[in-house]
Design a protein. Structure first.
Lengths: 610, 79
């Protein structure tokens, strides 16, 4: 077989037994790879009702058929597990270099089960698979851990690991790879920590053989040329990475500000892409073989926030920055570095601190509880809170549970801006209605990466949709959800996928992606088959959610989004009109009026009927 | 009448020197449209650009009013 290795590595951490197994080619084709294969195995083998932090939860690292191929941005992997933050599904995506190195071990998937009796790391070097003690790196941050493990294995190895936040089971803990890249959301790092698994070290030379390597190279060259032409014209993604976005969302009045109390930030110029570029940018840094290169190495050269690392990305600016009312860029950059080093999702970290700030200002939590004043805009208090969260100390114990549990504990759940208990990313849906529907129904709780219709509502890619209307949004959300499931399963990055494959014919993405998967695997997908496979993946995930107790009753939005109109900006006076969109969305997905996939739909997709 | 034109990120290069955070004041004749305002600058006037009036999605033939802000940025996926 081509493209896929059709090999799974399974490590039982309780018994330290390592097994390898083959993947049925029909399953491979039907579920695409990556995210799709992972949900197939989780749904088949695991009770969705398990405690996410128990040994019974499965932790899956999953590459796709285009990972480690010349396909443009074919360098992504997904971490799939049951989320301790949401109780729903976690599928967090990352790039960097680790995904390609992982695929070159000769395995498509790593499945970790059970719980080690003491801290361990797993080395996978093709047929050399070892569960080793991690006692000497337990407690160390992600950068130190990466350096030490590369030092004792090989400079050619790549490392994915957790930091103190994952060890301490903070529900916003991320899995960091190549130091600066994160499978960030939904607490995947806490699951890794609960298994006493500190790190995974991957290396090897088993590039997947390709069905038509010549044609694959041609597509790669052609796409790189197109990207190169964009860059020559002055691509924002190359110049700024995602840090140019605060100006866009601020203009549209949907920039999360002070825990979504506002949609515009008066100090946006202090934390936007130009400020970052002019003050702290060193150079752009690509993921492996990426022609776009949206990452950026930055440095705060001196002062109290001195440090060096990558980012911040837009989502970090809109959470730890504007979300907390913070306008001190050096402190914001430092906060980002700390999250990377401690291994934390910046969105949930920032928006949890933001809700704490609102509760403090309203007198719902006292200075005695917090240990210090915690007003919006207090960047030093924000940095202190990050440290307390990572190390589970003092008020950090409450913060480490995320904003939903924090607000509920202190009697004000209405202040938590979450769905399925996961914090909103950087698009206020009161001024971006399609995003509201996406957040309410996403299989992983609020996330733009589940089907980012902001591309059309905000960024005009491939066409500009009016963000304030609800008409047509149910179909748009479904299309984006399936498109993202397809990209996440195939192993490419959504930035290149969206920017360079979409055009006004929305089926161009599945057409090009299915062509590339065919060149890699020889599976012979049509565009329609590829999209149906993505629908299969999405629907099976929904079935997992229903069995996990996170079904349709959780397709709701938080109080603020439905009852408190935006006070300022172009979307002033608006709330999310979810009721206008949800029934049509269920219908478009082939689910019944209550939000359950119909038997007809399950049969059509070849999914289990119960 | 006076309006404001705001250019975001790389589109700021299309503005004359002296703009503040990508914003300039512009004197346009009564009856001028969104298209009239942005066509003074060297940016693509097609699907490659997103152009909004006071943050709202509008037809480019919409007439301007005193104090309006027209904003333009390159259509590209972000966030």
């Amino acid at each position: 077989m081509y493209g896929w290795h059709l090999k799974i590595l399974r490590v039982n951490l309780t018994t330290r037994k390592v097994t390898t197994e083959d993947v049925d080619p029909k399953i491979a084709r039907d579920y695409l790879g990556g995210r799709g294969w992972a949900i197939h195995y989780m749904y088949k083998e695991m009770d969705p009702a398990v405690d996410p932090l128990s040994p019974e939860n499965m932790l899956i690292f999953a590459t796709g058929p285009l990972t480690a191929t010349p396909a443009p941005t074919g360098n992504r992997y997904m971490v799939v597990t049951k989320s301790p933050l949401t109780g729903a599904l976690a599928h967090s995506n990352s790039g960097g270099e680790f995904p390609t190195w992982m695929k070159r071990t000769g395995f498509d998937l790593f499945i970790f089960e059970g719980k080690a009796s003491e801290p361990v790391y797993v080395l996978v070097n093709e047929d050399q698979i070892e569960v080793r003690s991690a006692a000497h790196v337990w407690g160390k941050d992600t950068h130190e851990t990466t350096d030490i493990l590369k030092g004792e294995t090989s400079a050619e190895a790549r490392v994915a690991c957790i930091g103190p936040a994952g060890e301490n089971l903070a529900l916003m803990a991320a899995i960091m790879n190549d130091k600066h890249r994160a499978a960030a959301r939904s607490g995947v790092g806490a699951v890794m920590g609960s298994k006493n698994l500190k790190a995974v070290v991957a290396m090897g030379n088993k590039n997947p053989p390709l069905h038509d390597p010549e044609a694959m190279r041609s597509i790669s060259v052609e796409t790189s040329k197109n990207v190169g032409a964009d860059v020559k014209k002055g691509s924002n993604m190359r110049i700024y990475g995602t840090s140019y976005v605060p100006q866009v969302t601020n203009t549209l009045g949907i920039l999360p500000t002070r825990n979504f109390l506002q949609g515009t930030f008066e100090h946006v110029h202090n934390v936007d892409g130009d400020a970052l570029k002019n003050q702290y940018l060193i150079r752009h840094t690509p993921c492996y073989r990426c022609p776009l290169s949206c990452g950026r190495l930055t440095e705060v050269p001196d002062g109290p926030y001195k440090g060096k690392g990558e980012g911040p990305e837009y989502e970090t600016i809109s959470s730890l920055g504007t979300g907390c009312g913070v306008s001190n860029l050096a402190a914001l950059v430092k906060a980002n570095y700390l999250c990377n080093e401690y291994g934390m999702d910046t969105i949930t970290t920032g928006m949890t601190i933001a809700v704490a700030m609102e509760m403090y200002e309203k007198g719902y939590i006292s200075e005695d509880v917090v240990g210090m004043p915690l007003k919006f805009g207090d960047h030093d208090a924000m940095i202190e809170m990050i440290k307390l969260m990572a190390y589970n100390k003092g008020f950090g114990k409450d913060l480490a549970q995320g904003s939903y549990r924090l607000a509920e504990k202190y009697g004000h759940p209405e202040l938590a801006v979450t769905t399925r208990k996961q914090e909103f990313p950087g698009y206020d849906p009161r001024g971006s209605q399609g995003m509201g529907l996406l957040y309410a129904t996403s299989n992983k709780g609020a996330s733009h990466m589940e089907g980012d219709v902001a591309y059309e509502e905000v960024f005009g890619v491939p066409v500009k949709e009016n963000p304030l209307t609800t008409e047509g949004k149910p179909e748009l959300v479904k299309h984006f959800e399936d498109s993202f499931a397809l990209m996440d399963s195939s192993g490419v990055c959504v930035f290149v996928g969206i920017r360079y494959m979409f055009n006004k014919d929305r089926m161009i993405l599945p057409k090009i992606l299915s062509e590339m998967m065919n060149l890699a695997t020889g599976a012979g997908y049509t565009s329609e088959e590829a999209m149906q496979a993505a629908d299969r993946v999405y629907t099976l995930e929904r079935m997992f959610l229903i069995k996990a107790g996170s079904g349709p009753e959780w397709d709701v939005l938080p109080y603020r989004m439905l009852n408190e109109p935006l006070p300022d900006g172009p979307a002033k006076g608006r709330v999310v009109e979810l009721d206008k969109m949800l029934p049509e969305f269920y219908e478009k997905r082939g689910w019944d009026e209550k939000g359950y996939p119909t038997q007809k739909k399950l049969m059509e997709l070849g999914l289990p009927l119960n | 009448m006076m309006i404001r034109v705001k250019m975001i990120a790389n589109y700021r290069d299309a503005l004359p020197a002296g703009h503040k955070h990508g914003v300039i004041e512009l004197d346009v004749p009564d009856g001028a449209t969104v298209f009239d305002a942005v066509s003074r600058f060297d940016i693509p006037l097609n699907d490659e650009s997103v152009i909004v009036l006071n943050g709202l999605t509008v037809d480019l033939n919409t007439p301007l009013q005193e104090g309006d802000t027209v904003t333009a940025f390159s259509a590209i996926a972000g966030g």
